[in-house]
Design a protein around this ligand. Structure first.
Ligand SMILES: Nc1ncnc2c1ncn2[C@@H]1O[C@H](COP(=O)(O)OP(=O)(O)OP(=O)(O)O)[C@@H](O)[C@H]1O
Length: 253
């Protein structure tokens, strides 16, 4: 499925946090949102997973305004891992992952055999099988992040919204996750700070600044010293990855 941010604007607390944002994904595309702190990445993503309502414009799922869908219906298609998700209840890891099946159920049905297989596969993909019976409050930051990823995978979404999902993850788990995003057919909207990992992962990057899109294009089109300087106020040296040819940034510290 495709996602379109169609002239999205968000007014909150007397300011326009996002203004006239236009971004359209192709089906199965991995589209990265990059940009400085406060540029509106999380605000835009919140509109996609319906934690915020746009004040103007709309989020379209295969062309249909998601605000016209019942929440459970859009949750059958769109799963999200927000940047900070506080969870004060000490559910087990398995229970949290099973919550991903909720949009697919009527009432409180127990999981079917097939759904237990979906849950187990989601836990395997996020490498949390060994944590299955642990309470989530006892987990490390990275372990907890992987549980939230497993919950999103268990939802079997057609669109995955990830807000800095590599936060807290060690390099092994970062690469494991980003490789999965590249090889899956799921459409992905992902906010990232690490421009080198973003270049290696995303089909296209949208560079946000002051709540709107400054540039959008392939990593090679967007990751130029001039554009990075315009967005972030730093000028990197750009080299090509020796094997993949993908642009990689080096900074003078
Ligand atoms: N509920 C709110 N009330 C007032 N301002 C808000 C609210 N939520 C976000 N903002 C402001 O909106 C702007 C955009 O925030 P947002 O979280 O979308 O940025 P971001 O690009 O995701 O930043 P970061 O890279 O730091 O995660 C920021 O200036 C932020 O302070």
């Amino acid at each position: 499925m495709s996602i379109t941010l169609d002239g999205l604007s968000v007014h909150l607390a007397g300011t326009e946090l996002v203004r006239d944002l236009n971004v359209e994904t192709a089906e199965g595309e991995v589209l990265g949102l990059v940009g400085p702190n406060g540029s509106g990445k999380s605000t835009a993503l919140r509109c996609v997973y319906r934690a915020l309502r746009p004040s103007r414009g709309a989020v379209l799922l295969d062309g249909a305004d998601i605000s016209t869908l019942a929440p459970r219906e859009s949750a059958r298609h769109i799963a999200a891992v927000p940047q900070e998700s506080s969870n004060d209840l000490d559910f087990t890891v398995t229970e949290i992952v099973e919550l991903g099946r909720f949009p697919h159920h009527r009432g409180n049905q127990p999981l079917t055999t097939e759904e237990r297989a979906v849950r187990d596969e989601a836990m395997r993909r996020a490498d949390v099988v060994h944590l299955a019976d642990r309470g989530v409050l006892s987990l490390s930051g990275g372990e907890r992040q992987r549980v939230l990823l497993a919950r999103a995978f268990a939802q079997q979404p057609r669109v995955l919204v990830l807000d800095e999902p590599t936060n807290h993850l060690d390099i092994h788990h970062q690469i494991q996750l980003l490789r999965q995003l590249r090889t899956d057919s799921t459409t992905v909207l992902i906010a990232m700070h690490d421009l080198n990992l973003a270049a290696a992962t995303c089909d296209r990057l949208a560079v946000l600044a002051n709540g709107t899109v400054l540039h959008i294009g392939t990593p090679a089109e967007v990751l130029t010293p001039e554009l990075i300087n315009e967005a972030f106020g730093v000028t990197p040296s750009i080299v090509r990855h020796p094997r993949t040819g993908i642009p990689q940034l080096h900074y003078d510290i």
